[in-house]
Design a protein around this ligand. Structure first.
Ligand SMILES: [Zn+2]
Length: 331
């Protein structure tokens, strides 16, 4: 993946390409951003560019080195793996990084290490890494990819260049989904809003059948909520919380966007502002049926449910209470 293939993140790209151009780069970078936001793509674009035989500021995509980077078999790029799923231990760092980085590059002038999910490093692992970051060999460059830079020791943070991914404008994402993924306008709009500026998340949604189902089930619930009985609502809560394909957090996000639409339509009457364009008739109906106070209650119920899910309170009950609150606030 070359820099030119990555959409958005212009500041980070400019920073990294400037470093390559001036041959003045840090030996340790932290790339911080949410899941699927493109952290690894940026680290790999940097690796491809700096290792490219053309020696430009972006990978040419044609030389042998570029091919090896793209196929993830370049001998001078090392992906630090971890055996235990939830932690990167001191042994992982010692054997794959500290003891390896002292060996000169195999076929190029640099050796690049990519540590994904670096927030999983134990304190001992970070301390072990610190020794290398303090005195790295001149050919060594380390990328720590993380969803949370705050999980690093201050000593690590102070020695790394921190690159923070920014959300991408939703209009840009929407246009991209329409142009390159053949998505109709109204669907692209929902995906873009849902992604909250995360391109990877938008693409994943665009291609996911589960997501379409999830959206349909949410819409079908809000359509019929008013006439539903306690038993039916209990059933829906059970379906959502026991399903292996449904991410409850996604369900909540979709519902938030939905009721924001209702609120926006209620206050402006402008249907062009609505995200769920294909469901405009129901949005209209609900905006007449739910009071402002009712909408506030619904947003509060969604918020409370999110907090309960995070705190691992009984998922089924939390979702059921939230769905009940939605039902009760529709006239
Ligand atoms: Zn190349």
């Amino acid at each position: 993946m070359a820099f030119s293939d990555i959409k958005g993140q212009d500041d980070i790209k400019a920073h990294l390409q400037g470093a390559i151009k001036n041959k003045k780069f840090s030996h340790a970078y932290i790339i911080s951003g949410e899941k699927d936001s493109g952290k690894k793509m940026l680290a790999e674009a940097f690796a491809q560019a700096i290792l490219c035989e053309e020696e430009g500021i972006d990978g040419c995509g044609k030389c042998q080195s570029c091919h090896q980077v793209i196929n993830r078999n370049h001998p001078d790029i090392h992906y630090v793996e971890h055996e235990k799923p939830k932690t990167i231990g001191i042994d992982d760092i010692r054997t794959q990084l500290n003891n390896d980085i002292v060996i000169k590059p195999y076929s190029s002038n640099y050796k690049i290490y990519i540590v994904d999910e670096a927030e999983l490093m134990s304190e001992q692992a970070q301390n072990a890494l610190l020794k290398t970051i303090e005195e790295p060999p001149e050919y060594g460059i380390i990328f720590l990819l993380t969803t949370s830079a705050t999980s690093f020791l201050p000593t690590i943070l102070s020695r790394c260049v921190l690159l923070d991914l920014k959300p991408i404008n939703q209009e840009i994402i929407k246009k991209d989904l329409m142009t390159y993924h053949g998505m109709p306008d109204y669907q692209a709009q929902v995906c873009a809003a849902f992604s909250q500026g995360n391109f990877g998340k938008a693409i994943k949604l665009a291609e996911s059948e589960d997501f379409k189902e999830l959206k349909n089930s949410m819409v079908s619930f809000v359509k019929q909520a008013a006439s539903m009985g306690a038993f039916e609502i209990n059933q829906i809560a059970t379906d959502i919380t026991s399903s292996e394909t449904v991410d409850i957090a996604d369900y909540m996000d979709l519902m938030t966007i939905w009721f924001k639409d209702v609120l926006l339509y209620k206050s402006t009457g402008d249907k062009n502002l609505v995200i769920y364009q294909d469901e405009i008739m129901i949005i209209k109906r609900l905006s007449a049926e739910i009071s402002y106070e009712g909408l506030e209650n619904i947003f509060q119920a969604i918020d409370t449910c999110r907090k309960r899910l995070k705190a691992n309170v009984n998922n089924n009950l939390s979702v059921e209470l939230m769905l009940m609150a939605v039902k009760e606030n529709i006239l």
